[in-house]
Design a protein around this ligand. Structure first.
Ligand code: KG4
Ligand code: ZN
Length: 338
């Protein structure tokens, strides 16, 4: 079965084609021009998706050596995300499915991330302890099977990626912040500043807003003009902040491993690209002798291969959606059962 996946929820336009779970193409066009605005401008994002969508579909078909008539299933990201941006991919996908007279599956973007470990050669095994760390979400989940996800905890304020982006902005490093903090942090001393790690009522919940404020307070207390920090000091601040985020995330995974019996651990989403986080989670999984699956960098950030795979699995599970179906998550009734 040839499946086309479309992703346009934020600042990446992506088109992928998979054939029975095998990736034939996964093309990602990143909207780098948002950098000069210090964050994603929704209107510009929608316009850029619109411009690039059709050329990207043509390229993906060429790369896969397929034609439109060979496509059996169309899947598109249905949310969460920027509504104008989502509408480009979602309505394009529906139009494509209608014109080809082929089925259409609207895919929840976060579910796409959750199952992105299955794009790797070595796949996770159910039940999976899954840490979702993206720009908008931080979730700790037990994924029991393709349709059953139990939520252990989530962030009560900012997402992990959001914290990276906001602190990066504070340090004058710009957007997107994760990679910049990682790069500068690699040159700094993570033990230089003791930033706080939040305690939450639910032992599996996360909170990063206090940490963000602690960084701001540190800057205000230590620099006359906290908007102009001497470049030589930035690596230590970046490394210490990164250490606090990583420690908070790893701590919750460790508690969950003691409480739940799982066959594998998976970490997904944009922040899963973080080198320090990847290495700490590897150490933890090795200690507990549990298989760890983290997608390759190409599949950590937003990509359409994860949307195609998730849609294909939902379709194979017998779920069908009319073109009037806009709601998400598609599996609301089945998934995220507390
Ligand atoms: O999953 P994603 O591509 O988009 C959303 O669905 O949100 O995640 C984007 C987030 C951004 O906040 C970005 O700063 C963060 O992932 N990120 C990182 C790294 N690479 C991307 N955070 C920490 N370290 C990285 N290397
Ligand atoms: Zn995402």
């Amino acid at each position: 079965m040839n499946v086309i996946g479309i992703e346009s929820s934020c600042d990446e336009t992506s088109v992928a084609i998979i054939s029975d779970e095998k990736i034939k193409a996964n093309l990602i066009s990143s909207q780098d021009f948002h950098v000069k605005y210090g964050g994603v401008v929704p209107e510009l994002s929608s316009r850029a998706h619109l411009q690039i969508m059709i050329p990207l579909v043509k390229k993906a078909l060429d790369k896969s050596k397929l034609e439109l008539k060979d496509i059996d299933l169309v899947c598109a990201s249905a949310g969460p995300g920027l509504i104008g941006a989502l509408l480009v991919g979602l309505t394009f996908g529906k139009g494509l499915a209608f014109s080809l007279n082929k089925p259409f599956v609207p895919v929840d973007h976060i579910e796409g991330h959750i199952f992105s470990g299955f794009l790797m050669d070595e796949k996770p095994e159910f039940p999976i302890l899954c840490l979702v760390v993206s720009g908008g979400h931080t979730l700790l989940l037990i994924v029991e099977d393709d349709l059953k996800i139990k939520k252990l905890g989530t962030t009560i304020d900012d997402a992990a990626g959001e914290a990276f982006d906001k602190v990066s902005k504070m340090l004058g490093l710009g957007y997107p912040g994760g990679v910049k903090i990682q790069e500068l942090g690699a040159e700094g001393n993570p033990d230089k500043i003791d930033f706080p790690i939040a305690q939450c009522k639910n032992e599996f919940d996360f909170s990063f807003s206090g940490l963000k404020t602690a960084v701001l307070r540190y800057l205000q207390a230590n620099y006359e003009n906290y908007k102009q920090i001497p470049p030589k000091d930035i690596p230590d601040i970046a490394a210490s902040f990164q250490k606090a985020v990583v420690t908070a995330l790893i701590k919750k995974v460790e508690i969950a491993l003691k409480k739940y019996e799982v066959k594998s651990i998976s970490m997904v989403g944009g922040v899963a690209a973080n080198k320090v986080l990847r290495s700490k989670l590897s150490e933890l999984s090795a200690k507990h002798k549990i298989r760890l699956v983290i997608p390759d960098l190409e599949y950590c950030g937003d990509n359409a291969a994860m949307i195609a795979l998730r849609g294909y699995k939902i379709f194979k599970a017998g779920k069908r959606f009319g073109l009037d179906y806009n709601a998400y998550p598609c599996l609301k009734d089945d998934a995220f059962t507390e």
